[in-house]
Ligand binder design. Structure first.
Ligand SMILES: Nc1ncnc2c1ncn2[C@@H]1O[C@H](COP(=O)(O)OP(=O)(O)OP(=O)(O)O)[C@@H](O)[C@H]1O
Length: 255
């Protein structure tokens, strides 16, 4: 049965999508079957993996709102072996349309059950909020990977994230745990990077990955070509670090 990992931080622009795409592609490189579920109405994971929004017939919105089977929404991406459940701007209305009568916190979990046996890893790219879509992801997943940007106030807002995790543990998902904390956009040339690294490790201790994702221009260019870093520039530092992260994730699962 596949392991379901949600990538979440309600802060915007910290590297959730970049990590979803490139961890996903790197896990595939290491022989894993991976499904990425885009739950962000911006659909950046979808377009970043080369899926043209105009060609999408069914998406995560239809799974959550229209009872469409998740299997009917899965499409291949530009990285061979990496599948995606796409998202479009239509998803932006979903949080209002999910009503209490619909068992609204558990809809994603129920949908994912249908495909858990088809994949080794299912990654969920969360939106930058702690709303119902993120609650659905936390209810559906085994663990949460938290990307933290190496910048001032890196830890700000994380107590709300941890509170939300506790609430979901209490009400919907007792087994929910933190998969790991990932430092992103690290700039080794500044003292700030080192300070944030120390601060985050003091707070999250062993939960912080050894692998640190540096700022790398190739990582920021790849999505505009609809490619993961593995396909855009396999020799780049960005590709190397995401492969190292994938190995660390696998090792944590005894693989
Ligand atoms: N390691 C990196 N080096 C350089 N640029 C990066 C890196 N990681 C992310 N970026 C860039 O930073 C921006 C924000 O990254 P990303 O979209 O992954 O964050 P996010 O947390 O998913 O954002 P949102 O909260 O809007 O969903 C993007 O333009 C991305 O290309």
């Amino acid at each position: 049965m596949g392991t379901v990992i949600a990538l979440a931080n309600q802060k915007g622009g910290v590297g959730k999508t970049t990590t979803s795409i490139n961890l996903g592609a790197s896990l595939v490189e290491l022989g894993q079957k991976v499904l990425l579920i885009d739950t962000d109405a911006q659909g950046n994971a979808t377009s970043g993996l080369g899926v043209q929004k105009s060609t999408i017939e069914r998406e995560i919105y239809d799974v959550l709102i229209n009872d469409v089977s998740i299997k009917e929404t899965i499409i291949p991406t530009s990285h061979k072996g990496l599948d995606i459940v796409p998202a479009t701007i239509q998803l932006s209305g979903a949080e209002i349309e999910l009503t209490p009568m619909m068992a609204r916190e558990t809809r994603l979990r129920d949908a994912i059950d249908d495909v858990k046996d088809d994949y080794d890893y299912i990654l969920i790219d969360c939106p930058p909020s702690l709303g119902l879509l993120t609650i659905n992801a936390f209810t559906a997943c085994d663990s949460i990977l938290i990307p933290v940007q190496s910048e001032y106030y890196a830890l700000e807002g994380l107590s709300q994230l941890l509170n939300t995790i506790k609430l979901v543990q209490k009400h919907f998902n007792k087994q929910l745990r933190i998969e790991g904390v990932l430092l992103t956009m690290y700039d080794a040339r500044t003292n700030l990077g080192a300070q944030v690294n120390e601060e985050v490790r003091k707070y999250f201790k062993d939960a912080v990955y050894k692998t640190i994702i540096p700022r790398n221009v190739r990582l920021s260019e790849a999505p505009s070509h609809g490619l993961s870093i593995v396909d855009y520039d396999a020799r780049s530092k960005g590709a190397q670090v995401y492969l190292a992260l994938a190995k660390e994730v696998l090792a944590a699962h005894g693989k």
